[in-house]
Design a protein around this ligand. Structure first.
Ligand code: GLN
Length: 542
């Protein structure tokens, strides 16, 4: 019998609701409970897969191939629980489900309405697939008062009505800003936000107040009085030096105790937080630093590379160093020598990306890394660009390119129309819908004996998550291998090149999948740990 914890936000967006949810999940887990975390987004896209990274940040891909909100990445990193398709929902998907039912005639001539049909559908999604889980956390995207969020708030209000206060809990995240001119912390925005919530029938059980300094007891008392809840349930959430400190600080403020008390579970065991302390110690007291250049396209918005930045930090945790990132828009390498910017970096990473803009710059950066023997990590698009670079400059295939940029003479990267997933054939066609038509989710890959990656992973068969349309063309394997680019990872049927590496280089690896999605602070991904290690070694040379 699962209990539901609903996390809502008010005052402004970007307060870190996702992290707060992840931290609550981690604290409950540290007390021995099982958790499941979900994100419901009120926008009308069916999923974030078709949205620009500028709009929405990174698209987080689950093992079962769903394109989801980046908060699911926080959930996985904090709890180690792999997210599934059922853990991500948008209003678009709710309406899609309802409209399909309506067309099928499922509503038997009735008028289809927001209440009860939309709200019932949301409740179905909240409840589905929660068997055997102690706590299901559901974060509602946006802020209270948004028009499009209303059906979601109404659905969770009904959940409380149906299940009672021992099985449902509302945590509301707000901001308590410090107004410099007045020299005071202001509680009014929080009061207004809770008023808004109460006007739609939701009384928060716990308030989590973001602030940049201590909230005096008198102010907490005031918030408690005006927001109609107990003083000890007004919890301050001060800014932290590293996100991995959040569970420790929240616990110190009594957040998990209050959540459990509100649910009538006051006697739950204390949490085991040693591993969190150890991660924080490693992050805050590194023994050195390395500089990694990340060469991408959406570098103006760091959220576009959230998991990547975290995975690199985990690589630092594994090696006891701080990883300093320098972000470059790849286009600058089209007009300026790579060496002007990349001299002095200890590693170069080209992440995933789409479209032709800036690709020659990425190819130039891969060429610089290859020739100057700087550790290079190419992820998805970054692998494809490295393959084009090797084809042109190692194998002498001058016209090498990707069909993603239009028809070309030498398609070393091209569109595959069918491939195997387990024993099933999957197909895709040119001109298919854009939404959800990529190779998505976890696929197995076999590593070549004696290759660098086989050593890094320490196993022969791995499983990693994908999100791309194009593939390295296996038809070029012989020419590329005889020029020195090893195909060290292949799909089990041997058709899809998944990893390439340069055996003669200190560290040059390109992977077709997204290893950053599976890295966790307690279990840094082996490729990131190994790449950062190579960067540390490189830093000793210069
Ligand atoms: N644009 C490339 C493709 O679709 C790479 C995608 C990616 O890097 N995720 O294959």
């Amino acid at each position: 019998m699962t209990r539901f914890i609903f996390v809502t936000g008010g005052v402004v967006s970007s307060l870190g609701k996702g992290l707060a949810s992840a931290a609550i999940g981690a604290l409950l887990q540290a007390r021995g409970f099982t958790v499941r975390l979900r994100k419901f987004d009120p926008y009308l896209n069916v999923d974030p897969g078709t949205m620009s990274p500028y709009q929405h940040g990174e698209v987080y891909v689950t093992d079962d191939g769903a394109e989801t909100d980046l908060d699911l990445g926080h959930y996985e990193r904090f709890t180690g629980v792999s997210a599934r398709r059922a853990d991500s929902l948008t209003a678009g998907r709710v309406y899609q489900t309802i409209l399909e039912r309506e067309r099928r005639g499922d509503y038997l001539g009735r008028t289809v309405q927001v209440i009860p049909h939309v709200t019932d559908c949301i409740k179905e999604f909240i409840r589905q697939d929660t068997e055997g889980v102690d706590f299901t956390l559901v974060e509602i995207g946006g802020t209270v008062g948004d028009i499009e969020g209303l059906p979601f708030f109404e659905a969770i209000r009904q959940m409380r009505h149906e299940l009672g206060s021992e099985r449902t809990l509302f945590v509301h995240l707000t901001l308590v800003p410090f107004i410099a001119a007045a020299g005071e912390l202001k509680t009014k925005p929080t009061q207004h936000s809770v008023k808004e919530l109460r006007s739609i029938g939701i009384q928060p059980d716990v308030l989590l107040c973001r602030c940049d300094r201590e909230i005096p007891q008198s102010e907490r008392r005031k918030i408690a009085l005006f927001c109609n809840l107990r003083e000890e349930r007004v919890i301050q959430a001060r800014d932290v030096a590293t996100i991995y400190e959040a569970p420790i600080r929240y616990h110190a403020e009594g957040l998990d105790d209050q959540i459990l008390a509100a649910l009538g579970m006051a006697s739950a065991p204390d949490p085991e937080l040693d591993r969190w302390h150890e991660v924080v110690r490693r992050v805050l007291q590194p023994e050195g630093a390395v500089k990694i250049a990340v060469i991408g396209k959406y570098t103006g918005l760091k959220d576009a590379y959230k998991s990547l930045a975290e995975a690199l930090a985990h690589g630092g945790i594994a090696n006891n160093v701080r990883v300093d990132l320098e972000w470059f828009d790849s286009e600058i390498f089209e007009s300026q020598e790579a060496s002007t910017h990349l001299e002095g970096v200890n590693g170069i990473l080209v992440p995933g990306g789409f479209g032709e803009r800036g690709t020659e710059g990425k190819i130039a950066a891969a060429g610089f890394a290859r020739q100057r023997r700087v550790p290079y990590f190419g992820i998805c698009f970054g692998m494809q660009m490295a393959v084009i670079e090797a084809a042109r400059h190692m194998a002498g295939i001058a016209g090498a390119s990707s069909t993603e940029f239009g028809p070309c003479q030498e398609p070393v990267i091209g569109l595959m129309t069918e491939w195997l997933r387990g024993n099933e054939v999957e197909r895709r066609r040119l001109g298919d819908n854009l939404g959800g038509t990529m190779r998505l989710g976890a696929y197995d890959c076999d590593l070549a004996d004696g290759s660098r990656v086989a050593g890094v992973y320490g196993q022969r068969r791995i499983s990693e998550r994908h999100r791309h349309r194009y593939e390295v063309n296996i038809g070029y394997r012989e020419r590329l291998e005889s020029a020195g680019l090893r195909f060290s990872g292949l799909s089990p049927d041997g058709i899809l090149p998944e990893i390439v590496e340069l055996p003669q280089h200190p560290w040059f690896v390109g992977v077709q999948f997204h290893p950053e999605l599976k890295s966790r602070p307690f279990a840094p991904h082996p490729l990131f740990a190994s790449f950062v290690k190579a960067a540390v070694e490189q830093s000793r040379l210069v």
